[in-house]
Design a protein around this ligand. Sequence first.
Ligand code: GTP
Length: 774
Amino acid sequence: MLTNLRIFAVNHQKMYSLYINNMCCCKIRTSLKSSKPDGRNYSSLPGLTGNDIKSLHSIINPPIAKTRNIGIMAHIDAGKTTTTERILYYSGYTRSLGDVDDGDTVTDFMAQERERGITIQSAAVTFDWKGYRVNLIDTPGHVDFTLEVERCLRVLDGAVAVFDASAGVEAQTLTVWRQADKYKIPRICFLNKMDKTGVSFKYAVESIREKLKAKPLLLQLPIGEAKTFKGVVDVVNKEKLLWNSNSDNGKDFERKPLLEISDPELLKETVEARSALIEQVADLDDEFADLVLGEFSENFDLLPAEKLQIAIRRVTLAQAAVPVLCGSALKNKGVQPLLDAITMYLPSPEERNYDFLQWYKGDLCALAFKVLHDKQRGPLVFIRIYSGMVKPQSAIYNINGNCTERVSRLLLPFADQHIEIPSLTAGNIALTVGLKQTATGDTLVSSKSNALAAARRAEREGEKQQRRSSEAERLLLAGVEIPEPVFFCTIEPPSGSKQPDLDHALKCLQREDPSLKVKLDPDTGQTVLCGMGELHIEIIHDRIKREYGLETFLGPLQVAYRETILNSAHATDTLDKTLGDRQHLVSVELEARPGETPSVTPVIEYADSVSRDLLKDSQEAVENGIHSACLQGPLLGSPVQDVRITLHSLVIHPGTSATMISACVSRCVQKALKKADKQVLEPLMNLEIIVPRDYLSPVLADLAQRRGNIQEIQTRQDNRVVIGFVPLAEIMGYSTVLRTLTSGSATFALELSTYHAMNPQDQNTLLNQRSGTT
Ligand SMILES: Nc1nc2c(ncn2[C@@H]2O[C@H](COP(=O)(O)OP(=O)(O)OP(=O)(O)O)[C@@H](O)[C@H]2O)c(=O)[nH]1
């Protein structure tokens, strides 16, 4: 077993190549480099000492009950990355503390993340804490990357929500909290930044209660706030935890029982908080209520801490309440108790109820939740194993891709280092090398026949429960819905000869990030990037430069419009071309008219006059021509939807190539579309704004300026919920506007509702803008 296990990155040079996204220099690399210039062994791996090697078997496949797959989620800048860095440091997997502000953290792999100080892609890190294996995934906070958050959430068994305690619940926390609700993920809350001026523990707890509608269980109380913050009280154990102010890494802290003699006030406060906690848990858990009301009804104080902890765990797993802890990651206070709470209160993989496991009967079932590209080794795929086992050099079947692939290597992701391992079992997160077709979101099983057997079991179960679902739905692990990208811009390589390099880079990036779409503008031949937002496209641009060495040029960011026609139009066309000694001659007559039902692709019909024999050979070429013409409408060059094309006549000279047939049909369709009355369709967004009552008026006034259409205003305690529609073009940069209008107190959610017709005036303005006349 041990001989199979080696550190994947054997020297500094190789480690650099394994650095997934061209990291810039950081403390951890420097420390590794100085530890051994030409190579590394087990004991050089932070956290693995000589003695630890004996227990490598349990390190590779730890007991499932002692495994935690955890995510950290929060609003941007709440301190997720700083908290993660402390966690890695205290658990022994890094030797020095990274600092977001210095740009040398471990989990923010990508150079842009280090420069911007934000987390873009989530990185999985694996570490041990007091005999527990923790797989931790740091998730991004920016709204453009919510897909990334959601993709990670579904592979987690539990999550830590980090808050800036001076701000309480912020916009993005609400979004990720709802996403965590969707995947039924038990959570604990960490009120970070307790050292910050203006911080209020009470306010932050209230905002959890009010805004998240959650039941906070106060497991700790802060000792001091802002400048005076020096530690926390452990309410369950009635102890105080004080960090040594002379220690600059926070490793040393003392835990002391609260005594009447030395801390009368703090003890009184703690006993009250403990009694309140016991009552709260008893209200949520019948078993605990029986215990408390039986044995300890006279004096709650006598209730042993372990009994309370077991009950807290039950209500947390049932998502009836959320334990709340506090600290300051930056000042290195409160992170070790957070780690204890992660292992104590969040579920192990076997405590999560995954329906689909019964269909696999112990066979492999895993989900690819992240794909990264390493220049030397090709795609690295992060997988969550739900059942069965993965081994290197084994074949696996990808249900989504309908293909069999080979795992060449299996690695444990220790941040920016990876340990090669001989096998990994259910409940764990692994990194695989060798899967060339697998994309983010794919379901992986051991073989096609096992997939079919699982499908049959699922079908029988579905019949029993009278549920109908397609085979794919039954087998695929719940997918993340990928919203249609609504922004686009052109991207140009530095020279024509670099186009293949750009195509390769975009192909790799798309496998990592399914929300990125890439198209070819058929007119100009330019490559077009379609994404979820401005930042999204900017980051892709940056990554192409850094990771693929290509200096590309982006066109202006544009809203993805569509077009349609309002009446019918006929057109005829003839193409007569001689290439070499071959004549290509084709004549077409067709009609374009508005479709009766909405459809993004054109509906195609053939009149009886069109010869069936002729069609047999050329139908594909004809339809390719129609489809390609509809990709680029006559008004803005946007895709044309809701149209019906009827082919009335088709004459093809023998020997005419399919390409020429397509070209002639395409030109003829474009002529017809040009002749018809045309209409621009714009993306209309569903908008929901949650705004405190006092700020409602300025928000409504602003929406009126943005062609917003308010459907309803609901009351939710002191907040108003504005529900309506707004054209996407009017809502670009809205988060900044809303923040300014409401002093950061409102949150909003946007999603595509439909494409709707612009009114003639707005359409003219847009067309004039595009043609450069205004
Ligand atoms: N005062 C104070 N500042 C903190 C604390 N934790 C983090 N910060 C600061 O808050 C800022 C954001 O910290 P990050 O750790 O990058 O936050 P994040 O949530 O990972 O941010 P994103 O990755 O952008 O979502 C940085 O300037 C940190 O130094 C804390 O406990 N106290």
